[in-house]
Write a protein that binds this ligand. Structure first.
Ligand SMILES: NC(=O)c1ccc[n+]([C@@H]2O[C@H](COP(=O)([O-])OP(=O)(O)OC[C@H]3O[C@@H](n4cnc5c(N)ncnc54)[C@H](O)[C@@H]3O)[C@@H](O)[C@H]2O)c1
Length: 382
């Protein structure tokens, strides 16, 4: 009989749905010692929250996250609310001795991420950040290929994360749905929202980034407020962010992210080029890992598209038969399964808060470089 793990979820938006779906399904597809119990969902709008809880099967609701944390029947707090709420909730949860799962970016900036990391480590509570793209089977296979030494000496890492939904100057900012455009709530723009994913994946595949130089741009400098269209607010988030970097292993990195790439909806790509081989991934073709192996016989040299759906591929033996695909939502189920396995084995599943702190320090350095126009070395030490 699996051990119940009683979850308190904060936020019923996009991630509230993705996480709820993961809690409902994880034990159906993974053999685990723990069984998440959907004990309580929390958000401020009671009527919408109740409808959400009924739809997804949450046992109870709370309209104040402090009450959720005070409840003795909750083992783990899962933070799926906007970025400016993460720190206060995580600090209180750690102080109450609860496990903490948190959405990315971990914090508004590196200093806040450091305080959160110290809090969960001092409280010795299991902690985890939902950088879900690590759990795309094709990206996990890319990591396996690197770990097996097939790439050889790495030379170049390249990542793009492009969207197009903020191009219209008529789009307002703030409020319940457009908080990503408000620096007071989001902390930063595409850097925290999109580049954070690219950096997490990059450092997982290719090791730590040691120095950066970047630039950012705000294309629409002022927008009406969503909650009061007669008022405007200066836009201070980064609409676009590009940076170059050096990795500790001697390779060079190039990252680009924007919400102004017309036609690109959630275009998330990566490529790693080494002496012996290269890998390439594109989230719009999520089941394929492109692989080029210089060791192939010369007349057969070429990129091969590996359809990552076999039983021998990461995560796929838990799903359907070879050739059948899984989707975006499964990356959250795979993430949750790994977190629960970490509880079982005592080997914490990454990314922990400390891993996400490192990503946040790279983001801080990119934004500082964009302000100062200089190269910034990254100091990961506490
Ligand atoms: N892992 C990913 O790929 C991914 C994707 C999207 C969003 N995110 C992250 O997830 C978090 C939430 O994003 P989203 O897209 O789900 O946002 P959303 O706007 O869809 O939902 C946010 C939810 O938080 C609730 N909320 C806001 N303030 C609150 C408070 N003080 N107390 C309780 N509830 C509160 C809102 O009512 C809403 O239910 C963000 O940190 C975001 O960066 C991660």
């Amino acid at each position: 009989m699996a051990k119940p793990l009683r979850i308190g979820l904060v936020g019923y938006g996009f991630m509230g749905r993705a996480h709820s779906n993961a809690y409902r399904q994880v034990n159906q597809f993974f053999e685990l010692e723990h069984r998440p119990v959907m004990a309580a969902a929390c958000a401020r709008n009671e009527a919408k929250l109740k409808a959400f809880a009924d739809n997804w099967g949450w046992e109870s609701t709370e309209t104040d996250w402090r009450r959720l944390i005070d409840r003795p029947d909750i083992d783990a707090i899962d933070i799926g609310s906007p970025n400016n709420t993460h720190s206060e909730i995580a600090l209180a949860a750690a102080a109450a001795g609860k496990m903490v799962l948190c959405e990315k970016p971990l914090a508004m900036d590196g200093a806040e991420a450091r305080r959160m990391t110290q809090a969960v480590e001092q409280a010795s509570v299991p902690n985890f950040v939902w950088f879900n793209y690590r759990r795309v089977p094709a990206i996990a296979l890319a990591r396996q290929v690197v770990q097996e030494g097939r790439i050889g000496r790495p030379f170049h890492y390249r990542a793009q994360y492009l969207q197009d939904w903020t191009i219209s100057p008529d789009l307002p900012l703030g409020g319940a749905t457009l908080w990503r455009l408000d620096a007071d709530v989001a902390g930063s723009g595409v850097s925290g929202d999109l580049v954070a994913h690219s950096i997490d994946t990059a450092m997982w595949l290719n090791g730590p980034i040691t120095s950066v130089t970047g630039m950012t741009e705000i294309f629409v400098k002022e927008r009406a407020l969503q909650d009061d269209p007669s008022q405007t607010k200066a836009v201070t988030i980064d609409d676009a962010c590009q940076f170059m970097c050096r990795f500790g292993n001697g390779s060079l990195g190039l990252f680009e992210s924007t919400r102004y790439a017309r036609g690109r909806k959630n275009y998330n790509t990566l490529e790693l080029n080494g002496e012996k081989a290269s890998v390439y991934f594109d989230l719009e073709d999520p089941h394929r890992l492109q692989y080029y192996d210089h060791g192939d016989v010369g007349h057969l040299h070429g990129w091969r598209g590996i359809h990552v759906t076999g039983f021998e591929h990461p995560y796929m033996k838990n799903w359907w038969v070879p050739g059948c695909t899984i989707g975006y939502e499964h990356t959250f189920i795979n993430s949750l399964a790994d977190f629960l396995k970490g509880l079982e084995t005592g080997v914490p599943s990454a990314p922990t808060f400390r891993d996400a702190l490192h990503t946040q320090l790279v983001l801080d350095a990119v934004l500082e470089s964009a302000r100062t126009g200089s190269w910034i070395d990254i100091d990961y030490a506490d």
